[in-house]
Design a protein around this ligand. Sequence first.
Ligand SMILES: NC(=O)c1ccc[n+]([C@@H]2O[C@H](COP(=O)([O-])OP(=O)(O)OC[C@H]3O[C@@H](n4cnc5c(N)ncnc54)[C@H](OP(=O)(O)O)[C@@H]3O)[C@@H](O)[C@H]2O)c1
Length: 256
Amino acid sequence: MFASLAGRSVVVTGGSRGIGRGMAVRFAEAGCRVLLAARNAAEADQTAAEITAAGGTAFGFAADIADPDGATALAAEAERRFGGIDILLANAGIFPSARLGEMTPADFDQVIATNLRGTFLSVTACLPAMRRAGRGRIIVTSSITGPVTGYPGWAHYGASKAGQLGFVRTAAIELAADAITINAVMPGNIMTEGLAGIGPDYLRRMEASIPMRRLGSVADVANAALFFASDEAGWITGQTLVIDGGQILPEAAPDA
Ligand SMILES: NC(=O)c1ccc[n+]([C@@H]2O[C@H](COP(=O)([O-])OP(=O)(O)OC[C@H]3O[C@@H](n4cnc5c(N)ncnc54)[C@H](OP(=O)(O)O)[C@@H]3O)[C@@H](O)[C@H]2O)c1
């Protein structure tokens, strides 16, 4: 039986949609107080309002986590509202597609700035509050794409997601003395607004390549994050958890 997380303060980057929204909902259901951030203020507020209407505690906040000022403002807002930060879900990310030859330096920089630098910025912005408290939980949303697999059009994305894991491993050592853990979830193909935008052909092909024969849900990822955030996971740091319905396992294409 896991101890309750009720009352813990949680910051979710990219919390307005998709996996981040699923995490915000799940942590609010667990009794946490949630501050969810996205660039689009209206969407962040809308998601927070839906969580509140369902009986949870959530607030929206407009912040660009690729911008140091955005990350700092987000952490300051969490401290103002909650008096501290117990859990950071560094989840915001983008996955535009561009093949090598057409990918511009600006395309590459934009993905790295959001996914990798944004992870660094949100972690460092939330650190002072966690260090003061002498405890903390950080869960980074990486991916199977990059650390384990590749996909045409996502060389920059894969580099950013693999880079997050390198960041996590060294951060884990540096933060251990403050009883702050940092771990990463590595989702496979999760049915989100962002993934739906890639199109039905992609979704069909992914579904066929997953031994469990379905795309993941945002709750599948949120539940793993909830485990890393638990008191009981306090001696687990610098680790990764693949959540993919078995997609990376087959040596040959799964039987039709
Ligand atoms: N869906 C999948 O199958 C899958 C698989 C593996 C890993 N992931 C990872 O999971 C994370 C979420 O993906 P998703 O599918 O849920 O994407 P999504 O549905 O497109 O949602 C992305 C979220 O991130 C926010 N965001 C994007 N750029 C931001 C920025 N610069 N500052 C603040 N917020 C920002 C978006 O809001 P705004 O646009 O308003 O800023 C939105 O809330 C990403 O890190 C992605 O790499 C997803």
